[in-house]
Design a binder for this molecule. Structure first.
Ligand SMILES: CSCCC(=O)C(=O)COP(=O)(O)O
Ligand SMILES: [Mg+2]
Length: 261
């Protein structure tokens, strides 16, 4: 087995979710189709609620920022005609959500709505989150060795908690010290990693970030965060240069903590 030594200065493991702790197939084949199939009904049912209105406002703001993009779907402002406008308004939001999802966009607006929609499905036991089999044993071992474990995903903090709280292996929330999402910044921006270190109260070089996406690894590295790229079944392939440049792991069990020999 390949072994990657975790640098002695690392005290924090920062984990991506999709493609790292959790199969991309679970996200693409279960989580995302649930949104596409249910978004219209969800909006019709929850439209009058404050939370839903906040989600729509954020999506509208995002749609304005996206107006220059090819194929962008606008969300008109409410005209004041109330119920008359509602079906068109809801359809515009549905079309916008579907357009964003067709591009796998990671906007805070889209991710916030998705998190709210998954809440009912997880609570009703209609979905259970999948984790690669090496994840839970490794995280337990790291924590026993005194490491802190944080999550950084484009999925909203609320969605992250749903996944960890409702997994095929039970409630895993107690294994996580904290969660970060795109509200702290996007994962391809190095400033996000400085803010995360600041929020945790450590230096960036105390963090080891595990992700499947090399653009994220590169941004983290620029902030002096240690990185390893996680290669999992179903993940996007890496170029030869990326394979040479990055430390690669195919399982969390390949990480060796010098302190826990
Ligand atoms: C944690 S919510 C479900 C996954 C999701 O919506 C997503 O965008 C995952 O992105 P990641 O940053 O974990 O690769
Ligand atoms: Mg990922």
């Amino acid at each position: 087995m390949v072994v990657l030594s975790v640098p002695a200065e690392v005290t924090v493991m920062l984990l991506d979710i999709e493609g790292t702790t959790t199969p991309i197939a679970f996200v693409k084949d279960i989580l995302f189709p649930y949104i596409k199939e249910n978004v219209k009904e969800y909006l019709q049912t929850h439209w009058e609620e404050e939370e839903c209105q906040q989600d729509v406002s954020l999506l509208r703001k995002q749609a304005e920022e996206d107006s220059h993009l090819d194929g962008a779907v606008p969300i008109p402002a409410a005209s004041g005609n109330g119920a008359d406008d509602l079906p068109q308004m809801i359809q515009a939001v549905v079309d916008n959500v579907c357009w964003q999802m067709s591009l796998d966009r990671k906007t805070t607006a889209l991710k916030q709505l998705q998190g709210h929609m998954w809440r009912a499905a997880f609570a009703a036991g209609r979905m259970k989150a999948e984790f690669f089999e090496d994840v839970v044993p490794a995280v337990r071992k790291w924590r026993e060795a005194g490491m802190k474990v944080y999550i950084y995903s484009s999925g909203s903090v609320e969605a992250q908690k749903l996944l960890f709280g409702h997994s095929t292996e039970g409630d895993l929330l107690e294994l996580v010290d904290g969660h970060f999402d795109t509200k702290i910044g996007h994962k391809v921006e190095s400033e996000s990693y400085r803010k995360i270190a600041n929020s945790i109260g450590c230096s960036t070089n105390n963090i080891l970030f595990l992700t499947d996406v090399t653009l994220e690894a590169s941004a983290a590295e620029e902030a002096d965060v240690h990185v390893a790229v996680v290669v999992r079944p179903g993940n996007a392939g890496l170029t030869d240069d990326e394979k040479t440049y990055y430390s690669l792991i195919t399982s969390f069990s390949e990480l060796y903590l010098p302190s826990s020999s």
